[in-house]
Design a protein. Structure first.
Length: 135
């Protein structure tokens, strides 16, 4: 299973810890955040098992970090509508753009969702947490 943060995202975060002149660089916030649904593990690039019912990436907004360790949805993505297939949604991937863009990471849904033609699916919760070592 390859669900988790994209290696490019982790590298960007880690490079902020390097000193200036030794390869250190500021990490810029992504311009937007978009979610895409999958019928299996999205893989290391986030492009495997994309839902056939809807290939759309819907925008969403995270709230501010809580205690320096967690993000939750402030503005959920709009609902996806299945365009004509029967499948089971199992994972979500996160991106920096509605098409193209940078893969940020992926994870499994809390439970698989059978999804038939013309059904809608709404992602009501989405959280990211990192456990800090020092408090």
């Amino acid at each position: 299973m390859t669900a988790g943060f994209a290696s490019s995202l982790i590298s960007g975060w880690l490079n902020t810890l390097r000193t200036t002149g030794n390869g250190g660089a500021a990490y810029s916030a992504v311009a937007g955040t978009f979610a895409q649904m999958h019928t299996g593990d999205p893989g290391a690039a986030g492009t495997s098992n994309v839902s056939v019912g809807s290939t759309t990436r819907n925008s969403f907004v995270f709230s501010s970090s809580s205690s320096g360790s967690a993000l939750t949805l402030a503005t959920p993505p709009s609902a996806w509508t299945n365009g004509g297939t029967s499948e089971t949604l199992t994972h979500v991937s996160l991106w920096s753009a509605s098409s193209g863009g940078t893969f940020l990471g992926s994870g499994p849904l809390a439970s698989n969702k059978p999804w038939a033609s013309a059904d809608t699916f709404t992602l009501t919760t989405l959280g990211v947490s990192i456990t800090p070592q020092a408090t």
